[in-house]
Design a protein around this ligand. Structure first.
Ligand code: ADP
Length: 402
């Protein structure tokens, strides 16, 4: 029996490599998840875990320190394991999550030496993420030159934003060289928008705000199915507070810390990316679930500040796009915490947002009260599936042009 084509999706971070494999249904364009997993702890004690489509654990393995520092070896391990596990399928292409596509890459692209150079030039815009995203592309290009690869950018969905939403009030020369707002979590917003509009085509021209609330959090204003504004800006630090990131703060704070505390670049980076947000305010955890289960008043403060800032951002984005016709919650916190959804919605009653307590508690798709103006949805995100879809489309276009 000939093997069916399958698509591998890679999301490479500083200490983790997440992977998923998909297959296209033979009778329609829908995608089926075959398996998913990750290597975590890269650089310290690397651990491999994987589960099947039915969420059953398929593998669990820990390396000793020496083996785990070589990304080449770890990537090869994933490829071998996936090939051995998917006995009826053959990986024909790999889709990669790439944090930054800059101003010019507004859609997924086939990986080529020229594209890799272009993506390298964007490293200064995302120095903590971009190099890790590019590493597996290079390894695969070297070891498997015939394997097709597609890069999908977290910034691309936001490329439709008007200049007003993209521009900081800085001297024009800085804007011209790329110091502007890009926005992130674009693959999540694209997926959630497509899911929502499939079930509610009446919202196609509507003003939708999507709250992607996870370890990293941001919000996006979507109008006519396109991103028109977002809470994240030049970096993934902007907007609402996150697990360990500050969200927006007065830029004067940075000047103060440099002048009075003599903080340097690395100390500031550590403070803003790793010591702030939920962990900074609570002093307990960066994990929302842990904070919600805690009786400590500082845990409560962190939860309240998070909800306050998300609600404030919803109001700002509604003003930015001139209306609010639907509110959507997604990602780890947005999908799983009825309490957080309720606390945010409570602050938005004046905008016509009201949640039905029962629907919210049982994580219904539509959780708003029947007599309220703005429908509120919980839509699970799936960035990996979005990448797989893009990968298939880009390859399809290539074949069409061949
Ligand atoms: P990432 O940004 O790393 O993809 P996720 O989208 O998985 O993160 O979100 C992780 C966050 O979701 C964590 O703060 C976690 O505590 C939170 N979370 C997951 N389940 C729940 C829950 N049942 N209640 C509250 N928070 C939850």
């Amino acid at each position: 029996m000939s093997k069916q084509p399958a698509y591998l999706v890679l999301n490479a971070g500083s200490s983790s490599l997440k992977f998923s494999a998909f297959r296209q249904h033979s009778h329609n364009d829908d995608l089926e998840t075959l398996l998913s997993g990750q290597i975590s702890g890269i650089g310290s004690v690397a651990r491999f875990e994987a589960k099947g489509a039915d969420r059953r654990r398929l593998a669990n393995h820990t390396w000793n320190d020496q083996d785990s520092s070589c990304r080449d070896t770890l990537l090869q391990y994933v490829l071998n394991w996936v090939s051995e596990t998917l006995v009826n399928d053959e990986i024909v292409a790999v889709g990669h999550r790439v944090v930054h596509g800059g101003r010019d890459l507004g859609r997924p692209m086939r990986v080529s030496p020229k594209l890799l150079d272009e993506l390298d030039s964007l490293v200064p815009l995302a120095p903590l993420h971009q190099p890790h995203n590019l590493a597996p592309m290079r390894i695969l290009a070297k070891n498997f030159p015939d394997l097709e690869q597609v890069a999908c950018f977290d910034t691309a969905f936001h490329s439709t934003q008007p200049w007003l939403a993209r521009t900081f009030a800085l001297p024009q020369a800085l804007t011209d060289e790329g110091v502007c707002s890009y926005g992130f979590h674009g693959l999540s917003y694209e997926y959630v928008t497509s899911q929502l509009l499939e079930s509610r085509p009446d919202l196609a021209e509507g003003h939708i705000i999507i709250c992607h609330l996870g370890n990293g959090s941001s919000l996006c204003a979507v109008k006519g199915g396109q991103s028109v504004d977002t809470s994240m800006g030049f970096s993934a630090l902007d907007g609402v507070p996150m697990g360990t990131r500050s969200g927006s703060i007065d830029p004067g704070v940075i000047l103060y810390l440099m002048r009075e505390k003599k903080m340097g670049l690395e100390e500031l980076e550590d403070l803003l990316y790793r010591q702030s947000g939920l962990i900074g305010v609570s002093g307990i955890s960066n994990d929302m679930k842990v904070l919600q289960e805690s009786n400590d008043p500082d845990a409560r403060k962190a939860v309240e500040l998070f909800c306050f800032r998300v609600a404030k951002e919803v109001a700002a984005l509604a003003t930015s796009m001139g209306g609010l016709d639907a509110l959507v919650f997604t990602a780890g916190i947005g999908e799983n915490s009825p309490e957080i959804r309720a606390m945010i919605a409570e602050r938005l009653e004046w905008l016509g947002v009201r949640i039905d307590a029962d629907a919210n508690a049982r994580k219904a798709y539509l959780i708003s009260a029947t007599d309220t103006r703005v429908p509120v949805f919980v839509v699970p995100t799936n960035e990996e599936m979005m990448i797989a879809k893009h990968t298939i489309n880009v390859l399809g276009q290539m074949m069409g042009n061949a």
